[in-house]
Design a protein around this ligand. Structure first.
Ligand SMILES: Cc1cc2nc3c(=O)[nH]c(=O)nc-3n(C[C@H](O)[C@H](O)[C@H](O)COP(=O)(O)OP(=O)(O)OC[C@H]3O[C@@H](n4cnc5c(N)ncnc54)[C@H](O)[C@@H]3O)c2cc1C
Length: 478
């Protein structure tokens, strides 16, 4: 996919002047312009065309971020926030040049309160580092995307993960944020109180804002006690319909599973080969149960009964910690495993999410579409939330394959939207999914998003050319 046309890039002398001003505001060794570092910061993990910034800056604290924003505003330079660069929709591409603000050196864990069950971190802390800090305290942060993303990036994309079905996505787990806005103001979006009815929900406005409204510098997050007991199960089914039917029944009965993840036979085969595992090659649910010993046993027994009556061939469940970790490690690397089945390929990763009652229908129609597509396209999904991904493996040098994969993606998104679903359950819009925004929200919804953007960022400094900015009229049918 080609990036939208560039405009407003700074000329060479302007870049030099901007670099000098930023070096004075931060430190000369934290403003870089080398070719490699620019390329790396304009490139994400997707097959969307990259676009390098003119400069990369590394602030250390909120005051430096505020100074940096004022300098960029004074020079008319775009600002593209950068976390770990693991996003999938061209989010970090500097479509209009400017400064990539790399938050990775703002990586302090500032405060942990077990009594309040919250933790405050700088935006550049990665989810694995946070996990390492929290685990010995007997608590954990639940949102676990498959990549080692930063908390700032996860807030900005409204990320979720395998435990969202039980503990919620970022939207449910962010208490408050400290953000720097376009005029360099520092705004705390909310207090740390458990509840608040005081005005608009500024926190949620920034969750999913994808760097288009301001720079997230700190986040206060909800944490959870580590459950007394945990058990995992891997459950192969005779058919995908059976596996999805089991998910719907588990949800209807309100069984509080901690994880319920689907992989189709192609994805299981890829995981077996990539991670040296020997799962039965069949549509499979990966499950996890949290609670007291008795609760875990009761949940597992209930789900076992539903699974066996939905066509599961067996329901082995285990409490062994090493096996459990190995299992989820392999699940988190499903995308790498899929890509390894076609060396040199790039994945066009879809991300639709539908009401759980429409999930079976949506997956069945998608499977039929995959059969005519002629490209490898394994399915994996957070099906407890109605969210699933198809990784269409394309040869990045074959425009014909890319065109077929994109047409498949459009059909899938329209199918999901027609079922009252969304084009993206968790990855976000970037510029890759902007074409679907009007179809999903209507022109009025997109107009409201643009009005918010204009009000908070009138000079269009933050991540220009993305999200609502890039939303167009619905594309012609393909
Ligand atoms: C193998 C793989 C598996 C994945 N699995 C999942 C998954 O299970 N669930 C899921 O939700 N996602 C998943 N993702 C996508 C990705 O990991 C998430 O979107 C993640 O939240 C991005 O975080 P990041 O730190 O890499 O952000 P980046 O990619 O650096 O940035 C993402 C966006 O956020 C903005 N941004 C970053 N930091 C800030 C900040 N401090 N302030 C303001 N804006 C900011 C950027 O401008 C950009 O628009 C996966 C990706 C890969 C490669």
């Amino acid at each position: 996919m080609s990036a939208p046309a560039e405009s407003r890039r700074l000329a060479g002398p302007d870049v030099a002047a901007l670099g000098d001003a930023l070096a004075a505001a931060l430190a000369p060794d934290r403003v870089l312009a080398g070719e490699d570092v620019l390329r790396q910061h304009g490139t994400d993990e997707s097959f969307h065309a990259p676009a390098p910034p003119d400069l990369v800056a590394y602030p250390l604290d909120v005051d430096e971020v505020a100074r940096l924003v004022r300098v960029c505003a004074g020079h008319g330079a775009a600002i593209v926030p950068f976390g770990a660069g693991t996003s999938l929709e061209g989010h970090v591409a500097a479509l209009r040049g400017g400064v990539s603000v790399d938050m990775s050196r703002m990586d302090a864990i500032l405060r942990l309160s077990i009594d309040d069950m919250d933790v405050t971190v700088q935006a550049g802390v990665t989810r694995r580092r946070l996990d390492e800090r929290l685990r010995p305290e007997g608590v954990f942060f639940s949102v676990d995307p498959g990549a080692n993303a930063t908390i700032g990036g996860m807030v900005a994309t409204g990320a979720s993960g395998t435990t969202t079905v039980r503990y919620g996505a970022m939207r449910e787990n962010v208490v408050s944020l400290l953000v720097v806005t376009a005029d360099g103001s520092v705004v705390r979006t909310r207090s740390r109180a458990r509840k608040s009815s005081a005005g608009y929900d500024l926190t949620r406005l920034f969750i999913g804002s994808e760097g288009t409204l301001g720079l997230i510098c700190e986040a206060t997050l909800r944490i959870h006690p580590t459950p007394e007991a945990m058990a995992a199960a891997v459950c192969p089914f005779a058919s995908l319909e059976g596996a999805v039917g089991c998910v719907v029944d588990v949800g209807r009965l309100g069984i509080p599973v901690a994880r319920i993840e689907l992989a189709d036979a192609a994805q299981i085969d890829a995981i077996n080969r990539h991670d040296d595992m020997d799962h039965e090659v069949a549509p499979t649910l990966f499950l996890e149960f949290h609670g007291s010993q008795t609760e875990v046993e009761a949940q597992a027994a209930e789900v076992q009964e539903i699974a066996l009556s939905s066509g599961a061939s067996r329901f082995p469940w285990a409490t062994d910690e090493t096996d459990r970790r190995r299992l989820w490690h392999a699940r988190h690397r499903a995308y790498d495993a899929a890509r390894a089945t076609r060396p040199g390929s790039q994945g066009l990763t879809t991300d639709v999410c539908v009401p759980v009652s429409r999930l079976a229908e949506c997956i069945a129609e998608t499977q039929a579409d995959i059969e005519t597509l002629g490209l490898p396209a394994p399915i994996v999904g957070h099906v407890g939330d109605g969210n699933f991904h198809v990784a269409v493996l394309v040869d990045p040098d074959d425009p014909g394959e890319i065109e077929r994969a994109e047409a498949f993606h459009r059909r899938l998104v329209r199918r999901a939207i027609a079922m009252d679903g969304t084009c993206t359950g968790e990855h976000g819009v970037g510029y890759g999914k902007a074409e679907f925004l009007v179809e999903e929200h209507g022109p009025e919804g997109v107009a409201m998003m643009r009005a918010i953007k204009r009000a908070l960022d009138p000079a269009d400094l933050f991540n220009p050319g993305k999200m609502a900015d890039a939303a167009a009229a619905p594309p012609a049918s393909t």
